[in-house]
Design a protein around this ligand. Structure first.
Ligand SMILES: [Zn+2]
Length: 363
């Protein structure tokens, strides 16, 4: 028997939809086997992987050789809904400082800082802020080595400092026990401090469900309920700061508030049915026309999944509009700039974007 990692109620594994026949990919864009389980909690609606021994072992294997931003050769993903091709970190910092006062000489911890892109941007935008980062590696990330202002701690080492801000960017969906992890992390806040969280938005991103090391798949409602159950009050939850992501600012609860009424299971069930149908139909498109090699638009999560479903040996090339990814190889296959009029192009994106790209490039 497994229990919901947000509300603690038992999970019913009988009525779950079957996603286990899809290939999975790792969150750093490597191929991974099939067999991923997806359940939702009948009480609070959170979609999650049951915390089975197999899932824990899979995660341990993935993190042994983990490299964030692997496919971008160290360059952070650009945010293409901005006409400037602004980096994700720069965009987040301008959104946060547009809504909240960061505070002069504030202290900021980026929890799960990866290679340090966010801290690097923050140090450029806010030279007065005292910056710290932590992650699972013992050594400070390469790109932060020459930045004397940024302190680095391995996760689990005893922290003495307290912070005005703690950011968790693409971190909470990896937690094995998110409620307790969030309770532990908020102990590092100064009184009145704030937490900034970013997670994928399951409402808008079916491909999140094929990432093997993601344990929770949040909607606006389920992330807010998790935070509230972890002792945090949500001040803001935006779905338009970064496309297909939820951006949340929260503070520690000062008194115990009544948790908003819980949802029925109907809503996540419908969402999962919709995503299952979408992925199944895309998979059959990817596998049709067995004679010719395919070209795949994109070179990150969804494109990696499409290559796995087709078999990498049957992929001619990947196409990416991001110049930092072009003229390299992903999974041993060339990544090129998209050119108009190509044949056999698979576009593993939502239907709106598929339509736009088909028109733009005449695919
Ligand atoms: Zn629950």
């Amino acid at each position: 028997m497994f229990f919901c990692v947000s509300c603690g109620e038992p999970l019913d594994s009988e009525g779950g939809l079957n996603f286990s026949h899809f290939h999975q990919v790792t969150s750093d864009c490597r191929l991974f086997g099939s067999g991923g389980q997806v359940l939702h909690c009948a009480a609070c609606g959170l979609v999650q992987r049951p915390r089975s021994r197999r899932w824990r072992e899979d995660c341990a294997e993935i993190y042994l050789d983990y490299q964030a931003h692997r496919q971008g050769r160290g360059e952070e993903q650009k945010v293409f809904n901005s006409s400037l091709g602004q980096s994700r970190s720069d965009g987040l910092i301008s959104h946060i400082s547009g809504k909240f006062r960061i505070g002069d000489h504030a202290s900021w911890l980026d929890y799960g800082c990866g290679e340090g892109h966010f801290l690097e941007s923050l140090s450029q935008h806010r030279p007065d802020v005292a910056l710290s980062g932590c992650d699972h590696t013992n050594e400070i990330p390469q790109r932060l080595r020459n930045q004397d202002r940024i302190k680095y701690f391995p996760v689990g080492s005893p922290f003495r400092a307290r912070f005005d801000w703690i950011s968790l960017i693409h971190v909470v969906e990896h937690f094995h026990d998110p409620r307790n992890d969030l309770r532990r992390i908020q102990q590092l806040l100064k009184p009145g401090g704030r937490i900034f969280i970013q997670v994928p938005d399951l409402d808008r991103n079916p491909f999140d469900l094929i990432i093997a090391d993601h344990g929770s798949f949040f909607t606006r409602s389920t992330i807010c309920q998790l935070l509230q159950g972890s002792g945090l009050d949500v001040e803001l939850c935006a779905d338009d700061w970064v496309r297909k992501e939820l951006s949340i600012v929260a503070t520690q609860q000062t008194d115990t508030k009544h948790i908003a009424s819980l949802k029925t299971a109907e809503e996540p069930q419908r969402l999962l049915e919709h995503h299952l149908k979408f992925l199944t139909s895309l998979k059959s498109e990817i596998r049709s026309n067995k004679k010719e090699k395919i070209t795949i638009f994109g070179s990150s999560i969804a494109a990696t999944w499409a290559a796995a479903e087709r078999g990498v040996e049957n992929v001619h090339e990947f196409l990416d509009e991001d110049s930092s990814r072009q003229n390299a190889k992903h999974l041993g296959v060339p990544v090129r700039k998209p050119t108009p009029g190509l044949q056999n192009v698979i576009i593993p994106l939502d239907l709106d974007l598929q339509k736009k790209l088909k028109k733009k490039y005449r695919y």
